[in-house]
Design a binder for this molecule. Structure first.
Ligand SMILES: [Cu+2]
Length: 104
């Protein structure tokens, strides 16, 4: 009699990348800031091709409040549009999670 094969666990783990972004609960601004968009420009270093641009765009889009991300590969300029101000720290975290770094 052969023993049952029970060592084959099928837990799917995505390496290197946290898929759970804790949604930070930011209090609503009582002052009428409805439909006000904030646009900030950053410089990301380390991007070499369209795939890099995709990764950075993906991570930044996942940041709370971000509605649009425009990346210029040649200059490394990243324009982040959000419906609420996003701190540099949040942007830096997202960029580093993608595997690149913020220039300043
Ligand atoms: Cu690349």
């Amino acid at each position: 009699m052969s023993p049952a094969n029970r060592s084959d666990s099928s837990t799917t783990v995505h390496p290197g990348r946290s898929t759970t972004h804790p949604s930070r609960h930011s209090p609503a601004d009582p002052k009428g800031t409805t439909s006000m968009c904030t646009t900030e420009n950053y410089v990301v270093t380390g991007m070499t091709c369209g795939h890099c641009v995709m990764s950075v765009t993906e991570e930044l889009t996942a940041v709370q409040g971000v509605t649009d991300v425009q990346v210029d590969l040649a200059s490394g300029q990243v324009r982040v549009t959000s419906e609420q101000p996003v701190s540099t720290e949040q942007v830096r975290e997202a960029v580093e999670e993608a595997g690149y770094s913020l220039a300043h």
